[in-house]
Design a protein around this ligand. Structure first.
Ligand SMILES: NC(=O)c1ccc[n+]([C@@H]2O[C@H](COP(=O)([O-])OP(=O)(O)OC[C@H]3O[C@@H](n4cnc5c(N)ncnc54)[C@H](O)[C@@H]3O)[C@@H](O)[C@H]2O)c1
Ligand SMILES: O[C@H]1[C@H](O)[C@@H](O)[C@H](O)[C@@H](O)[C@H]1O
Length: 347
């Protein structure tokens, strides 16, 4: 049984996912592709020798009867349009983060999915599949370090390009922490405030970088999350949870230690594609396997995309006001706790 994918957006992560579905994972095949940039589509077809039809836009990919599942890897603001159309067509969707540009957009997706009556959507919050975060959660859930009191985390990129704007520090970058941290401590966010330290000389003129977000959870955990996308030395993700009885750290990426010329050193990754490679593999394999076995995707749902967007919107507001902004809390519908099973077309 093969899940046939139509891909919308063949840029950086689109290519990565096409490659892993075609060459690494099992049970999936790319049968249709589109991108507003024709060259991007042609080069991906050539590079991975895809036996896939090229379509002019997202609607025609979604409508293609060969397509069972849609992979949405276009720019964030374009996601809602494609996800809504896929839900209306009753097709499965794997959508990269963010699910939509605003919480209202995500809410429309949630409502459309509930109206369809089937869980169809998985959001690309891959950190929940990362072995380091999974192990950290196991330690926290075991109460080995007692109740979590504080979290300190950093999200550093080597550099950002000219299209990266200050609000993307939230919608593109912090969104990973927003999703994974509340999952880690089984809690919900209550408020956020943003601080802007001295700006790095490596950031382009329009960009505020770094930024520090102070989030408080309902249980009273205070989180200090640093986003620094021109740190100039590597791709560095850190997370430290300080509990009543001890401290737990996200494991460092393993790397050979060399001793040479009076120095002991280890390499630091510079590319996000490598840091979460295993997690990307696992999330997409899980998407395919769970649809095949249970008829519905098992991973982060459009509800998870929606609650992340509510927090993200509050962070964006806090960027503007400089004040502590409250984060609205919403009740999870039964639909996202226990959903009916779908039948999956076999080939
Ligand atoms: N989970 C992760 O770690 C991760 C990593 C990278 C990117 N992303 C997310 O994936 C998405 C894409 O990011 P990227 O880095 O690949 O960007 P990118 O700019 O490299 O690629 C996006 C591609 O989408 C195409 N596109 C834009 N709008 C389109 C539309 N309406 N229809 C068809 N094609 C369209 C562009 O031409 C481009 O080729 C973003 O939402 C980003 O936040 C997630
Ligand atoms: O889209 C990318 C991606 O999500 C990376 O994981 C993140 O570190 C970057 O900041 C972001 O721009």
């Amino acid at each position: 049984m093969t899940l046939k994918f139509g891909v919308i957006g063949t840029g950086a992560i689109g290519r990565e996912h096409i490659n892993r579905i075609t060459n690494t994972l099992s049970g999936g095949k790319i049968v249709a592709v589109t991108d507003v940039n024709n060259e991007a589509v042609k080069s991906v077809i050539d590079e991975f020798q895809l036996d896939a039809a090229i379509f002019p836009d997202d609607h025609s990919v979604i409508k293609d009867p060969n397509v069972d599942a849609v992979l949405v890897t276009s720019w964030g603001p374009a996601h809602e349009h494609s996800v809504m159309a896929a839900i209306e067509a009753g097709k499965y969707v794997f959508c990269e983060k963010p699910l939509a540009a605003t919480a209202e957009g995500c809410q429309r997706i949630v409502q459309a999915e509930m109206k369809q009556g089937k869980r169809l959507v998985q959001v690309g919050f891959m950190r929940r599949y990362d072995s380091g975060y999974v192990e950290l959660k196991r330690v926290l859930d075991s109460h080995d370090i007692g109740e979590p009191l504080m979290i300190r985390c950093v999200h550093r990129n080597t550099s950002s390009n000219e299209n990266y704007t200050s609000d993307m520090a939230v919608s593109d970058t912090l969104i990973h922490e927003i999703d994974v941290l509340h999952w880690l401590v089984n809690d919900e966010y209550q408020s956020v405030q943003v601080f802007f330290p001295k700006k790095t000389k490596h950031a382009l003129g329009h960009l505020i970088d770094p930024q520090i977000f102070i989030l408080e959870t309902k249980a009273g955990i205070v989180i200090q999350a640093e986003v620094f996308v021109n740190c100039n030395y590597g791709y560095d993700i850190q997370c430290e949870v300080i509990g009543e009885d001890g401290v737990a750290h996200l494991p460092e990426v393993s790397s050979v230690v060399t001793r040479k010329e009076g120095k002991r050193s280890t390499e630091i990754l510079v590319d996000w594609k490598l840091r979460f490679q295993d997690a990307y593999d696992k999330e997409l394999q899980d998407f395919m396997d769970s649809i095949r076995k249970t008829g519905k995707p098992n991973g982060p749902s459009s509800w998870d995309g929606y609650i992340a967007a509510i927090t993200s919107d509050a962070c964006l507001k806090a960027q503007q006001t400089g004040e502590k902004e409250l984060i609205q809390s919403v009740e999870k519908p039964v639909f996202y706790q226990n959903t009916p099973q779908l039948s999956f077309k076999q080939t």
